[in-house]
Ligand binder design. Structure first.
Ligand code: AMP
Ligand code: MG
Length: 421
């Protein structure tokens, strides 16, 4: 960690009662350093993990010049001009995995199949559709560009070169590339341990009967899902009553076993007071009111050596703040160097939209491809407790702080849920 929240809070003149989203993102980014510690895994087990060391290719891929087509391999210099064909003599066949080992002489060609090694001296392949065959007399078209349909040795990867850099997420494409090098085990960062708990006297766990005014704790399930999808190891510490001693015990337990601690609830005005006091003793934590809707209160900092994110209690706010702030932070801590926010899609509003200027809003939207491009509608009631709106939606309609009411047909950005929520 390069700067502590306290240093920054003094050095920086931000207003904790109205922190712009982008500012908060940058601030959080300044607090992060990737975890140390890696493990060696079989290739398949490494899917979704982050490469810990640069991977150097031990071989050229492909290992030989080879054909990109089924056709006929020949020496380009043996053809003439741009019109007609040159008759050549078939002298052999080169199959993928079964090369023809001879060297064709002048005016000789070799039947070749996709992926088969180019015979010595041949530099060009005519695709079979363009060649007429009359016994052993093969009519090769003139005027093909030299080198046509030839793949070069090492054109994908060169021996000794870095094939995959440390910090790369292991995707299916990366698995394939590493397998193409003949490498079966790789070093990945260990999983990020993320402890989380909910706070609130009103919360009950699934399986218990609700008393008056009580609700089931849904945030822990949402967070579990978000963390699993983000490739972390979730550590569920249950729900905790609004009592300083209980919350202190939960933070102590979390800090002892996790790299990151996430809580939901308890950071709004009033509730935050005693948590603030306690966290001042245990670590360095800042409380912000982000200029966004939903998801206004947010606490960020460190408790012991763990990063801490105190999310609001409202179920929709939990997901919005996770998406906007926590996910990228987790990626950096996991060792990712290529991480970006999920892509946004430009879409036209299907209906007018009401918005008060001043805060960034993340309305729940349903994006679909219409006849004239992407269209988006919002999911009705945008209350931050309405979980069903999150389920119907497939993205957040992002409305910048300065934006006011919008007409139907206005263009807006939609952050897609795909792969995250
Ligand atoms: P708070 O941020 O603690 O003031 O909570 C804001 C709202 O979210 C209240 O209506 C809480 O009952 C609700 N809430 C808080 N935590 C949870 C949770 N874990 N699951 C479902 N709702 C919650
Ligand atoms: Mg609460």
């Amino acid at each position: 960690m390069t700067t502590t929240p306290r240093e920054l809070s003094c050095a920086d003149d931000y207003d904790p009662n109205s922190m712009p989203v982008e500012r908060a993102r940058n601030f959080i980014a300044s607090l992060l350093a990737p975890i140390a510690g890696s493990e060696r895994l079989h290739l398949r087990a490494a899917l979704g993990r982050v490469l810990a060391t640069d991977l150097v290719s031990p071989i050229d891929v492909p290992g030989h010049d080879n054909s990109a087509m089924d056709g006929w391999a020949y020496r380009h210099a043996d053809t003439h001009g741009t019109e007609g064909t040159t008759p050549m003599r078939r002298v052999g066949e080169s199959f993928a995995g079964k090369p023809w080992l001879g060297t064709p002489g002048r005016g000789e060609c070799v039947r070749i199949f996709t992926g088969a090694v180019m015979p010595a001296g041949c530099d060009t392949v005519a695709m079979q559709e363009r060649v007429s065959v009359d016994g052993d007399a093969i009519h090769i078209p003139n005027g093909q560009p030299a080198g046509q349909n030839r793949r070069f040795r090492g054109e994908d990867l060169k021996a000794g070169a870095v094939a995959v850099t440390a910090g790369t997420l292991i995707t299916p494409a990366v698995l394939g590339l590493i397998a193409s090098l003949g490498i079966g085990e790789i070093d990945v960062y260990r999983k990020l341990r993320v402890a989380f708990f909910s706070t609130g006297d009103e919360l009950r766990t699934i399986g218990s009967t609700l008393g008056p005014g009580e609700i089931y704790d849904s945030n822990r399930y949402t967070l579990y899902g978000l963390l699993e999808r983000a490739g972390c190891q979730p550590i569920d510490l249950g729900n905790v009553v609004d009592d300083p001693a209980a919350i202190r015990a939960a933070f102590t337990a979390a800090a002892a076993q996790a790299d990151v601690i996430i809580t939901s609830g308890g950071v709004s005005v009033g509730e935050a007071d005693f948590i603030k006091q306690m966290l001042d003793e245990m670590g360095e934590v800042l409380f912000w009111k982000i200029a966004m809707r939903p998801g206004r209160p947010l606490a960020v900092g460190r408790i012991g050596s763990a990063m801490f994110f105190g999310l609001p209690g409202n179920p929709v706010s939990v997901t919005v703040t996770f998406y906007q702030f926590v996910r990228s932070a987790l990626a950096t801590l996991q060792g990712r160097r290529d991480h970006q926010m999920p892509p946004t899609v430009r879409a036209r509003l299907s209906h007018p939209l009401r918005k008060v200027a001043g805060r960034t809003e993340y309305q729940r939207g349903v994006l679909r491809l219409g006849e004239h491009g992407y269209e988006v509608r919002t999911t009705g009631d945008q209350g931050s407790g309405i979980l069903s709106s999150m389920v119907q939606a497939n993205g957040f309609v992002v409305l910048a702080a300065e934006t006011g009411n919008l007409d139907a047909g206005s263009e807006v950005d939609v952050q897609m849920f795909e792969g995250v929520i």
